[in-house]
Design a protein around this ligand. Structure first.
Ligand code: ATP
Ligand code: MG
Length: 396
């Protein structure tokens, strides 16, 4: 048996000149994530369709609910544009819903083929009557139905009952590539997810200060990267050994300025990696005022280490809301595992809240960290995570 899904693309439909390019990307992204699974994608103006074997239904639902650029999707029955066939499909969808314990419904018809003999209203009314006659446990409730039978009359007819949400946003890669500073915390994976939804293909960079940060902390970041790959199809994680750079900062910087110097060094390294991989932006999980290193004054200094735009999608978001998003996207449970990527050794008791910009940038330059940073990048380990890893991370 086959499973057939109707897919509603989102914002790409608003694009005029380059809509075809967006559609091509979206198809390509679905293909990529369905690799190894027999599937067939069709696209018509305003709708995509995918057909898979029934056994691959769950995987398909996972892919569609994680693929940016999709507003929604639904398993559907497709049929010829004949009234009797449409009515039979409506009864099928209704009996499935009744089997799930649903008791009330309404019918909505969208008819883009105006040559179809029945109008939308007439089609809905006729389908409603037919369903009522065939399924006695159901009643009509147009205001608050337990489910809606949707009928679309287009190049063919489609009938479906249970639409699911897609991530919305833009297809992966349509905005280019961004480099995410990924730590083991709650914020940065959410920041990565938000920018992935806006069409950025992600690569991630993690600064590892072994043995001050443990291998468990690194494993956490690897799992977070895999969970993010569910939203981007695949991604690479750069693990940069940063102990030497951190030790140099500890030794030579003013203690109150050390966190800021470390953040600036991370930004310098990220800038270098971003140029190497042709990333057009750097992404962080910073939120204004959350900690001392995230005041506007401190952001101005870390920003000085790169000419690329630094995207901080959480800048105006409260922690509670970030936590909710992290829970929804499946990163929270990993982020709160107890291997915090913070090292007391490097955190001053009284970090500077309003460091003077010019002097701080000079002080950073006088640390002369660039050769150490270059060495750390040369010693980086780079790992790609694809859908195979995603599937084993999520356990299906
Ligand atoms: P997070 O949940 O992202 O760890 P946080 O509140 O702990 O947030 P900070 O530790 O101040 O924030 O870090 C601010 C941002 O700097 C992080 O969101 C992340 O983008 C980046 N960052 C911090 N530490 C690292 C690291 N070890 N490797 C890569 N990026 C890092
Ligand atoms: Mg952190």
């Amino acid at each position: 048996m086959e499973s057939f899904f109707l897919i509603k693309p989102g914002e790409i439909l608003l694009k005029k000149d380059n809509q075809q390019e967006f559609i091509r990307r979206l198809r390509q992204q679905i293909h990529l994530r369905m690799a190894g699974i027999t599937h067939n994608i069709e696209s018509f103006p305003g709708r995509f369709f995918i057909t898979v074997d029934e056994n691959d239904r769950d995987r398909t639902i996972f892919v569609l609910s994680h693929c940016p650029g999709l507003n929604g999707f639904s398993e559907a029955v497709k049929c010829a544009k004949k009234t009797d066939d449409i009515l039979a499909a409506a009864v099928l969808v209704a009996s499935k819903a009744a089997g799930l314990g649903k008791t009330s419904f309404k019918v909505e018809t969208r008819r883009s083929d105006k040559s179809f003999p029945l109008g939308s209203y007439e089609m809905s009314a006729l389908a409603g009557e037919t369903v009522l006659a065939a399924t006695p446990s159901l009643r009509v409730d147009v205001h608050n139905p337990a489910f809606t039978i949707n009928i679309e009359i287009r190049e063919r007819a489609y009938v479906y009952g249970f639409p699911e949400d897609g991530p919305r946003g833009l297809p992966t890669g349509s905005s280019g590539k961004g480099l995410l500073l990924l730590s083991g915390g709650i914020d940065s994976p959410v920041a990565g997810y938000m920018m992935a939804k806006r069409g950025l293909l992600l690569e991630c960079i993690y600064f590892h200060a072994y043995p001050y940060t443990s291998d468990e902390a690194r494993k956490k970041v690897e799992r977070l990267a895999t969970r993010l790959a569910a939203w981007t199809g695949s991604l690479r994680l750069w693990v940069i050994p940063f102990t030497e750079t951190q030790m140099a900062i500890k030794k030579n910087a003013e203690p109150e300025a050390s966190t800021m110097m470390l953040r600036t060094a991370m930004m310098e390294a990220a800038d270098k990696v971003a140029h190497r991989i042709n990333a057009k932006a750097i992404i962080t999980g910073e939120s204004l005022g959350q900690v001392a290193s995230q005041t506007v004054e401190n952001l101005a200094i870390t920003q000085s280490a790169t000419g690329l735009p630094v995207l901080r999608p959480l800048i105006g978001i409260d922690k509670e809301d970030t936590v909710k998003t992290a829970q929804r996207i499946g990163t929270y449970e990993i982020s709160i595992l107890p291997y915090e990527d913070c090292c007391v050794l490097f955190s001053p008791k009284h970090p500077l809240l309003k460091p003077p910009r010019g002097k701080s940038i000079e002080a950073y330059a006088s640390l002369g960290l660039s050769p150490l940073i270059d060495e750390s990048i040369a010693a980086a380990s780079v790992q790609r995570y694809g859908y195979k890893d995603v599937v084993s991370e999520y356990g299906h």
